[in-house]
Write a protein that binds this ligand. Structure first.
Ligand code: AMP
Length: 598
């Protein structure tokens, strides 16, 4: 195919906004093509060279493109810059400059295959001299280009193709070009795309074997599946009703969604919700997954959250997000921010696709496929069939650090629907909008050794409230955030007078800090809310047997309350009042979701 035909189609697309009109322009473009050209044209139309998840980038900065345009058109570089500022688009400027060029076009007309190969060369140029090599290739391309071709070449390399083609419009066009546009064919094409995340591959199968060719596209380890998404309902009663009176509730962990592909040889690839490859940022998971997955090859999905290794408490989202995008210092960050992947689904088990199975079967397979460890566990789940049961589970989920619950349909047809949002999964977040406004004065009764950057110092402190009736100090949180370096450095000295070789008799806690302190030093903390905890002991049993109150996501305010002695700290009774006050405010849920969709 001549590149001029592609450029002409892009020019038409640019002047079109309706999805239907775009579909026919694209269908016309696709129809005559053989598999090889078709895949390339599909990728190029998405503004890509390879499926997005491969992360192939051209690495052409504006300045580099300007230099190539200047060289190819014999224009001074500053003039190119000025002109493109005026037009607001280097593509249009290039079209103009190429149009006014005095020399004749050099060489043979451009073909799609030739342009694509050159673009691949530009993308793969790495290291020393690569910038020059990129410029050279681009100059050679521009020398052979017509003004219109030049415009789209430049826009493509800059990642600003701007023809406005969305994936689903390409799916429509493929259906029209290769399957006479029937709804059924379109559904199958979209399904193949959702499973493979690769429109070029789908197009190739269609061009070669028509709709029947799509049967060859299944799950492949190493190629991400587009994630299934959840709907929402405003109340748990409506969640249950929508699910037909019975549903599997799971903790909704607030972290990063991870799709893990574990190959037979133990190779692991991790993909984010947006299908970017993120294994490099989670070497600990990459190391752990082959041990945790009993029968590879497998594709599993879960939510990755940061975990406090001492308390096993889930940390706020901000913690795990510090692991994302990290390229340097991975060892330190790994030690400082340990994570756990809570698995909630399985798509490929022991090499067998199970995504089309109903959810209860998938959950059973998931349970059989995973050997849980500190780093990889199963999402906590309970099947409920009434609002009381659902509410209790929700409270438990929130107390455990979840942001709410995910309801999963147990009905026939509850397959994993790649790329689709529907009521087979319903999210329900607990409706608490305000954090605790009151601060709490806690007594330090223990400390935990620091890791990573805090190695050699204390990393976190165990705090207690005072119960005057029982003359006990009952732990309610472990706090590590809110301390600056100076404060942390000072803490060992401040605490030294209270050091105790054994757990002080008056202290009650389910945790085992590295160092114990007799109650003495008082710190002011704030937190998101009070929850029930199995490891903390504040006001034990006052709300529910076997649990104490705990402060969720605690943070040191920076104030050491030297003006207060330990018995003047916040009392267990005051904490209980705060908890009751907060419950009155939170219930019943209005269902408002503070998050502006996704
Ligand atoms: P949202 O991002 O608010 O639309 O909620 C959906 C997201 O919740 C999913 O994409 C997952 O990343 C996350 N999530 C947390 N826990 C679960 C779970 N048990 N099942 C499914 N998704 C979960």
């Amino acid at each position: 195919m001549r590149f001029a035909d592609l450029a002409a189609a892009y020019e038409r697309l640019e002047g079109t906004s309706g999805r239907l009109a775009m579909r026919s322009i694209l269908a016309e473009l696709f129809r005559p093509l053989g598999a090889g050209d078709l895949a390339k044209v599909v990728y190029l139309s998405q503004g890509l060279l390879r499926p997005e998840y491969e992360g192939v980038e051209l690495g052409v900065a504006d300045s580099l493109a300007r230099r190539a345009v200047a060289l190819a058109t014999g224009t001074e570089e500053p003039r190119v810059a000025t002109r493109s500022r005026e037009t607001g688009d280097l593509g249009t400027t290039t079209q103009e400059l190429v149009g006014g060029r005095s020399e004749a076009r050099a060489g043979a007309p451009l073909t799609v295959a030739g342009v694509y190969a050159d673009l691949e060369r530009i993308a793969s140029a790495k290291g020393e001299g690569s910038q020059e090599a990129k410029v050279r290739t681009l100059v050679e391309l521009l020398a052979r280009a017509s003004p219109l071709e030049a415009k789209f070449l430049v826009r493509f390399v800059l990642g600003t193709l701007r023809v406005g083609v969305r994936e689903m419009t390409i799916v429509d066009a493929l259906a029209e070009a290769f399957a006479s546009g029937t709804k059924e064919a379109r559904t199958r094409i979209e399904g193949a795309y959702n499973l493979s995340s690769d429109l070029g591959r789908v197009a190739t199968a269609l061009a070669e074997h028509g709709v029947a060719g799509l049967d060859t596209i299944g799950l492949t380890v190493g190629r991400p599946v587009r994630p299934m998404l959840a709907e929402r309902e405003p109340t748990l009663a409506e969640v249950l009703e929508r699910m037909g009176g019975r549903t599997a509730l799971e903790y909704k962990y607030d972290g990063l969604r991870v799709q893990a592909h574990v190959a037979a040889d133990g190779t692991v690839r991790l993909f984010s919700r947006r299908l970017e490859e993120i294994g490099a940022q989670f070497p600990d998971l990459v190391a752990e997954l082959p041990k945790a997955i009993v029968a590879p090859p497998a594709i599993v999905e879960g939510e990755c959250v940061s975990i406090d290794p001492d308390t096993d408490e889930i940390q706020p989202f901000q913690e795990v997000s510090r692991r994302r995008g990290r390229k340097h210092d991975l060892d330190r960050v790994q030690a400082e921010i340990p994570v756990c992947l809570f698995l909630f689904d399985i798509l490929l088990a022991g090499g067998r696709p199970v995504y089309a199975d109903d959810f209860p079967d998938r959950r059973r397979r998931l349970e059989a496929a995973v050997r849980p460890s500190d780093r990889v566990r199963l999402a906590t789940q309970r099947v409920v069939s009434d609002v009381a049961g659902a509410t209790e589970f929700l409270e438990e989920a929130v107390a455990a650090g979840g942001e709410g619950v995910m309801a999963k349909s147990l009905k026939t047809g509850s397959a994993y629907r790649a790329g689709a949002r529907g009521y087979w999964w319903i999210k329900y977040k607990r409706d608490y909008t305000e954090g605790l406004t009151d601060s709490i004065d806690g007594v330090v009764v223990g400390a935990f050794a620091g890791r990573g950057r805090r190695a050699g110092l204390f990393g976190a402190f165990l705090l207690a409230v005072y119960d005057p009736k029982r003359a006990r100090f009952e732990s309610f949180c472990k706090v590590g955030s809110g301390f600056d370096d100076a404060r942390l450095a000072e803490m060992p000295k401040r605490l030294a007078p209270f050091a105790s070789p054994v757990p002080p008799e008056e202290v009650e806690t389910g945790l085992a800090p590295d160092r114990w302190f007799r109650p003495g030093l008082v710190l002011e903390v704030q937190g998101a809310e009070l929850t029930l905890s199995p490891v903390h002991r504040a006001a034990p049993g006052a709300i529910r047997p076997g649990t104490g109150l705990a402060l969720r996501f605690p943070r040191f305010t920076g104030r050491i309350r030297d003006d207060k002695g330990p018995t003047e700290a916040t009392t267990a009774h005051e904490l209980l009042e705060l908890y009751r006050h907060q419950v009155r405010h939170a219930a019943p849920s209005s269902g408002a979701d503070p998050e502006p969709g996704d």
